[in-house]
Design a protein around this ligand. Structure first.
Ligand code: SF4
Length: 335
């Protein structure tokens, strides 16, 4: 298997089954071309503190202990972020925040906001930078946020996105001195705000066969303002591609969140993926006596932008999925 993701950092220090990835709002003060959840100022849907805290309370009862607050731009609602973060901290969660860092207007302001977030229980901040973000958020703000995190001993990890604008990429990497920093990135997600840019990115990003796919640990429980509960942080605005696969667990506005958590615990596929990152499922199927030959013929040469897209393709293949159901033991909790 190829290894191209940095296998280090906060996300790697916590078990996949312990995580809640929470898209708090779809609204954003940016509208980046490549935005996976198609956020923009036009989007309005958001969670509210009471709902978020109830999700966290029930999650804690089911073993969740890691919160990644995300969006959209959650810091458009700083008081709510602080309230939800403190509730999570009090429930024993390790709390992280994804942000575009727009709020870090000056070094002083960045220090003040990071200090407030730390006091509210945020232990790690993941700002984003890319050529597409740069149209909305100056790079200085990301650097102000980085300096404040370093000064105040808050974990800082940069989410960097390779763009189709090579000169701007080079400028960001130079100005942020990224050669001397571990930064984090993902495979291409194929939804975004600009069809034209997504078309360019599809040509730029590498599609890989299952043997060559790396795993960046993106299989864990996610929730969003639509009420969707999807077991990957690659969840998007509609989540259409996840429906009718083991990733789509339900909608907490339509059924009790506790039932959804139970379904997650009883899902043999999810529990297997939580414990066994890629290529475990691929190896199991490739070497299986019953479907191995069919699987190799069907999937060996197919190419994917991400491990999640590979999983979805496998799950949608009826013959392979029914064999997965036979092969994977039922989790103990459901017996
Ligand atoms: S990528 Fe981040 S900053 Fe850009 S629009 Fe989406 S949520 Fe906002």
């Amino acid at each position: 298997m190829a290894q191209y993701y940095p296998k280090t950092g906060v996300c790697y220090d916590h078990a996949e089954r312990s995580k809640i990835y929470m898209i708090y709002t779809f609204s954003c003060n940016a509208a980046c071309d490549h935005c996976l959840v198609e956020s923009s100022p036009k989007r309005r849907a958001k969670l509210d503190p009471a709902t978020a805290k109830e999700i966290l309370r029930l999650g804690a009862e089911h073993g969740k202990s890691f919160l990644d607050l995300s969006g959209g731009e959650a810091m458009l609602h700083p008081k709510e972020v602080m309230e939800v973060a403190s509730a999570a901290r009090d429930l024993g969660y390790y709390v992280c925040l994804n942000t575009n860092a727009y709020w870090a207007r000056t070094p002083d302001r960045a220090r003040g906001v990071v200090a407030d977030l730390k006091a509210a229980g945020v232990q790690a901040i993941f700002p984003s930078a890319s050529a597409y973000h740069l149209k909305y958020v100056p790079l200085e703000r990301v650097m102000n946020a980085r300096a404040a995190c370093q000064e105040l001993d808050v974990a800082y990890e940069l989410n960097y996105f390779y763009s189709a604008e090579t000169e701007t990429d080079a400028r960001i990497q130079r100005e942020m001195d990224l050669e001397n920093e571990v930064f984090f990135f993902d495979g291409l997600q194929t939804t975004g705000n600009s069809e034209e840019t997504m078309g360019e990115l599809k040509k730029l990003y590498t599609m890989r066969v299952p043997d060559d796919i790396d795993d960046c640990f993106s299989v864990h429980l996610g929730v969003n303002p639509h009420g969707h509960v999807v077991s990957t942080c690659n969840m998007n605005y509609t989540n259409a591609k996840f429906r009718d696969t083991p990733f789509f667990l339900g909608n907490f506005y339509e059924q009790p969140f506790e039932d959804i958590l139970r379904a997650e615990r009883e899902s043999a596929v999810l529990q297997f993926l939580y414990d066994n990152p890629h290529p475990a499922l691929h190896t199991m199927l490739r070497e299986d006596d019953e479907v191995g030959e069919y699987y190799r013929q069907t999937f060996s040469e197919r190419r994917y932008y991400s491990v999640i897209d590979y999983y979805i393709d496998v799950f949608r293949d009826e013959r392979t999925m029914s064999r997965i159901d036979q092969l994977l033991p039922k989790p103990l909790a459901s017996i």
